[in-house]
Design a binder for this molecule. Structure first.
Ligand code: AMP
Length: 138
């Protein structure tokens, strides 16, 4: 698949679309998922025109994984969750819906199931509160 410069995460990365940002550096960006499967659901993207993992520049990917690790630690501290799940989907057949590489960082609690994937917009003031909680831990 060819990378589409106008996908929503490309627009967020360029500052052309809004996001509840928690972290940004030269290589990567982290922001709240607007249709979270669980409270604290955060996304990390590389600043690379990469459709998926297989398409990403290795150096940018390496830096992005450090961001994933740091954001995971911050989400775990902010939401006081015993587990943290990292998910990453490649291709429509795998369930990918936005074709700019991204990592899902999701708190996990025993016995608490996830909500549906990419369904149901969260209240924006809640997302801002959650972004602030995570930022305090970074
Ligand atoms: P995937 O299905 O792995 O491609 O995941 C895409 C994710 O992006 C889903 O969890 C959506 O809820 C989320 N999403 C879609 N649009 C936005 C947006 N504008 N801002 C933040 N998250 C989004």
């Amino acid at each position: 698949m060819t990378y589409d410069d106008n996908n929503i995460f490309a627009k967020i990365s360029r500052g052309e679309a809004p996001s509840f940002k928690v972290f940004e550096d030269e290589y990567s960006l982290a922001f709240m998922d607007v249709m979270p499967q669980v409270e604290g659901h955060t996304l990390v993207i590389p600043k690379d025109k990469a459709v998926d993992l297989l398409d990403c520049d290795a150096e940018i990917l390496g830096h992005t994984m450090v961001t994933v690790q740091n954001v995971a630690a911050a989400v775990k501290a902010a939401f006081v969750c015993p587990g943290i799940m990292i998910a990453q989907l490649n291709g429509e057949a795998a369930g990918q819906t936005v074709f700019h590489l991204h990592f899902h960082v999701m708190p996990r609690f025993s016995g608490i199931e996830f909500k549906m994937h990419a369904k149901g917009m969260e209240d924006f003031s809640k997302l801002q509160r959650h972004a602030d909680l995570i930022k305090e831990q970074l």
